[in-house]
Design a protein around this ligand. Structure first.
Ligand code: NAI
Ligand code: MG
Length: 364
């Protein structure tokens, strides 16, 4: 039987609650799909930092190379500066593991009401391909003359032809395989006249390889507004690291809750393990209460199976999620209900088991 080695970094706060929920669902999906997942927990994160003075083992990246994929919860704790927790774990992993695509579906699932009035599932179905390895988050810069009136800080954005080309090509390929075949590029070439003019030139060049895809560019501020006023006009979005980070928070907000939005950090060439995570953080305000919505983590787990080549298992988990959300009887507080993480997980596993029992009949 095929078996996948999965490194699990549940991390901090609600990461410790939603990742076990996701694993429960993944195990059932694996059993139904005739494959196995072997989960190896790694204790990295802020608790680890408070004990050892580092966010992960010094050879963390080498350890991770032995796995087929990484399943990550969330990293962040009020006792540790976010600059430390993000910069010493998530960002280095994305960079060192060459996960240059950050893939974030933004869908309004049938049954959830969007904060946008009168929008239904048909209106909000986008996916963002965010550059994940360079750009504004490359980490180059510094501070000088700290604490003096001359103090200064400088942060450099780095854009390379190779980096833009490969993210654009991934995004166009994705768009070409979707029914609407549309790609919108987020730019700001009016104000960032060096890097964003370069971005436009390189993306425009790749566009010529994909005549079947309808390509448009929007300034990122206009795109942010468009996601609110005309979400139905957007399909695939390609964006730099910073722009994609911000736009996907809008995308998850209009999809009803951060608690349902998944993401993948992907190395398309499969030279390194890719990493799948809910896009939300550790939610210290609700951590430990057992009420975190596990859907984002479960959906991220499904994306991981898809990446590993188990499309069928991905589709089954997605339809189980859709059935539970569509039914509306079991909802965590972020979706206006009173259910717990465990209730919601149980509902998804029941829907999944049910679909296994009635193989061949398509769930609604
Ligand atoms: P957050 O995503 O943790 O929480 C924002 C709001 O959404 C909170 O009110 C929270 O309760 C709610 N929320 C998030 N996920 C939810 C879920 N699954 N179910 C129900 N409600 C949910 O963002 P915040 O508060 O800005 O950051 C908290 C910590 O997480 C910080 O340390 C931050 O650096 C870190 N963080 C980590 C990320 C990661 O690991 N990739 C991403 C974003 C933030
Ligand atoms: Mg973000």
């Amino acid at each position: 039987m095929k078996s996948y080695r999965i490194a699990v970094i549940a991390g901090d706060g609600i990461g410790q609650e939603v990742i076990p929920a996701g694993i429960e669902v993944l195990k059932i999906a694996a059993a139904g799909g005739g494959f196995a997942c072997e989960f190896t927990p790694l204790p990295w994160g802020c608790d680890f930092y408070l004990k050892h003075g580092r966010m992960m083992d010094p050879d963390g990246v080498e350890q991770l190379m032995a796995f087929d994929a990484i399943y990550l919860g969330a990293i962040g704790d009020p006792r540790v500066s976010d600059a430390v927790s993000a910069r010493e774990l998530i960002l280095p992993l994305r960079q060192k593991l060459l996960q240059y695509v950050n893939l974030r579906p933004m869908r309004l699932l049938p049954g959830i009401s969007s904060p946008l009035a009168n929008r239904t599932a048909a209106d909000i179905d986008m996916i963002c391909v965010r550059e994940n390895s360079e750009g504004e988050y490359c980490g180059i810069g510094g501070r000088l003359h700290a604490g003096t009136p001359n103090e200064l800080a400088e942060q450099t954005g780095v854009f390379t032809r190779m980096g833009i080309e490969r993210i654009a090509r991934y995004a166009f390929t994705l768009a070409a395989g979707r029914p609407r075949k549309m790609l919108a590029s987020a730019t700001k070439s009016n104000a960032l006249q060096h890097v964003m003019v370069f971005w436009d030139e390189v993306v425009g060049g790749v566009a010529k390889e994909f005549p079947q895809v309808e390509y448009r560019k929007y300034h990122v501020d206009a795109m942010a507004a468009r996601m609110i006023t005309h979400p139905q006009t957007l399909d695939v979005i390609v964006a730099s690291n910073l722009f994609g980070d911000i736009l996907t928070d809008i995308g998850s907000a209009i999809s009803g809750s951060l608690g349902v939005a998944p993401g993948g950090n992907i190395n398309p060439e499969r030279m390194t393990p890719s990493m799948f995570e809910p896009i939300h953080g550790s939610a210290p305000d609700i951590a430990g209460k057992g009420i975190a919505n596990p859907i984002a983590a479960i959906w991220a787990g499904a994306m991981m199976l898809d990446h590993l080549g188990e499309r069928g298992a991905h589709d089954k988990i997605l339809s189980a999620i859709e059935r539970v959300i569509g039914d509306a009887s079991v909802r965590t507080p972020d979706l206006g209900g009173r259910a717990t993480t465990a209730d919601m997980t149980r509902a998804v596993t029941a829907a999944l088991t049910d679909s296994e029992a009635t193989k061949g009949t398509k769930p609604k």
